[in-house]
Design a protein around this ligand. Structure first.
Ligand SMILES: [Zn+2]
Length: 466
């Protein structure tokens, strides 16, 4: 397949060029590949070993697939992962092409990747699965997200089901605590051992805000249309759910008891009558779910506890996803990606009692962020009502964000609004420059702003980091 190799080589040259000029190179090279070799994804079946994981769902895809990749890496497999979260077809093709490139260079003809962990946008899973054969699909959750792009949750669900139907041998690792995923397993339940279910049996909070204000709209039973009830509800619609008609959360194959601290979580995981204790420094219950998803996939692969522990210890998030950077002033910079009401509310919950910190909130409404920013009104920014230090707003929707904070009851005299045309990394530098000794900066940012910060991060840490 000469075009296959030509496409890999050319797209990697393009990628280098883009990076040299400081442009983002997570999707465009994929376009070049598909132009040169339209069957690229299908052809990849011959060049990628197993295991092959796809990760989909509304929230937590990048973290879940990042942790899983780290575990597989520690297990000795250098898997390909679209770690910057470019999860539409061009992003996936870019990741595959750049992952295959080093081996192609080395071996000229014979080259195989060790496997893949590819996060895939819910709306495009069926497109990718139609060409590339996955062994496993891990589904994290389905929340209301960017309605303008996907129509409704129902559409996302149908597209995932279609992708599964195109993959006769795929196994599904599914978060059973989310009743909105029930229809996926129900529609395919004739396939006996196709599903592996994970979920949480109890949650305790140590020094972490106990109450979740995540929007929890009523969820209706797909069988009888009555409202879903809960033995325990953890956040949003996630929990140990049941319905009066007898429908309920399935028996879990992999279950966890979780203890949440402000700086870590402890997971007591049960699988096949064995218990395993894991610790993660990714904070918040939403991250405990992400880590549990990755652990479940690893346990199913038969990976040893020690290897998983070691990976959890050493996993460093992609910049901008919960990563902390030490600053010269003695404080630290923390960046959180936000993109929908549930995810944002859970991040805000962890910031409620924040001390000695300033905050920068950057909201863009480019295509990859979702055009509709009305979700800001459903996210719990009221958690910042008593925040008693400066909040900067920036991004193309800087003024919408400022208005939202005003209605949340935040003190207007502490608000600093950047013009909506100003680049977020420049605003970030101004905010860092304003910090007093030992003050921290917490940044909440949507996807395209995160990419822009990421692009300039070396420059930023050179000036302000340790
Ligand atoms: Zn029911």
């Amino acid at each position: 397949m000469p075009n296959f190799k030509k496409a890999i080589v050319l797209s990697n040259i393009v990628s280098k060029g883009l990076k040299f000029f400081n442009y983002e190179a997570t999707s465009f090279p994929g376009r070049v590949v598909q132009k040169i070799c339209p069957d690229f994804l299908t052809e990849c079946n011959n060049y990628v070993n197993h295991p092959r994981f796809a990760v989909t769902g509304t929230n937590g895809k990048t973290t879940t697939s990042g942790v899983l990749s780290e575990i597989l890496y520690k297990h000795g497999l250098n898997v390909i992962n679209n770690k910057l979260g470019a999860n539409m077809p061009n992003g996936i093709v870019t990741a595959l092409s750049s992952g295959l490139y080093p081996k192609l260079k080395k071996n000229k003809d014979l080259f195989m990747a060790d496997g893949v962990v590819l996060e895939c946008d819910e709306a495009y899973f069926s497109y990718v699965a139609n060409k590339f054969v996955f062994d496993y699909l891990l589904i994290t959750n389905l929340f209301r997200d960017q309605l303008d792009r996907y129509g409704e949750m129902d559409t996302a669900r149908k597209k995932i089901i279609k992708g599964i139907e195109l993959s006769p041998d795929i196994k599904i690792i599914l978060n059973a605590d989310d009743p909105s995923l029930f229809e996926i397993s129900d529609s395919l339940k004739h396939n006996g051992d196709k599903f592996i279910y994970y979920g949480i049996t109890s949650v305790d909070y140590a020094d972490y805000e106990k109450t979740s204000k995540s929007p929890s709209e009523a969820i209706y039973c797909p069988l009888c249309h009555d409202e879903i009830l809960y033995n325990k509800r953890y956040y949003a619609q996630l929990g140990d759910w049941y319905c009066r008609c007898g429908n309920k959360r399935v028996n879990l194959d992999i279950s966890a008891r979780v203890l949440v601290y402000s700086d870590k979580s402890i997971l007591d995981v049960k699988y096949k009558d064995k218990n395993f204790i894991f610790k993660t420094t990714l904070t918040g219950l939403y991250n405990a779910y992400n880590v549990l998803g990755a652990i479940s996939a690893a346990l199913v692969q038969g990976i040893e506890q020690k290897v998983i522990e070691c990976a959890l210890d050493e996993y460093s998030p992609v910049f901008g996803r919960h990563q902390k950077i030490k600053l010269k002033n003695g404080g630290k910079l923390t960046i959180h990606l936000i993109k929908n009401p549930v995810g944002a509310s859970e991040v805000l919950r962890g910031l409620k009692n924040l001390q000695n910190s300033r905050m920068l909130i950057s909201i863009n409404d480019n295509y990859a962020d979702g055009r509709d920013v009305s979700w800001l009104w459903d996210a719990d920014f009221e958690a910042l009502r008593d925040f008693n230090n400066v909040i900067y707003t920036t991004g193309t929707r800087s003024y919408d964000m400022a208005l939202r904070l005003k209605y949340a009851g935040f003190n207007q005299s502490l608000l600093e609004i950047f013009d909506n045309t100003k680049e977020v990394s420049k605003c970030l530098k101004i905010a860092l420059n304003d910090l007093k000794e030992k003050e921290n900066l917490v940044v909440l940012v949507t996807y395209t702003g995160l990419l822009e910060i990421n692009k300039n991060i070396k420059n930023i840490t050179d000036d302000f980091g340790m």
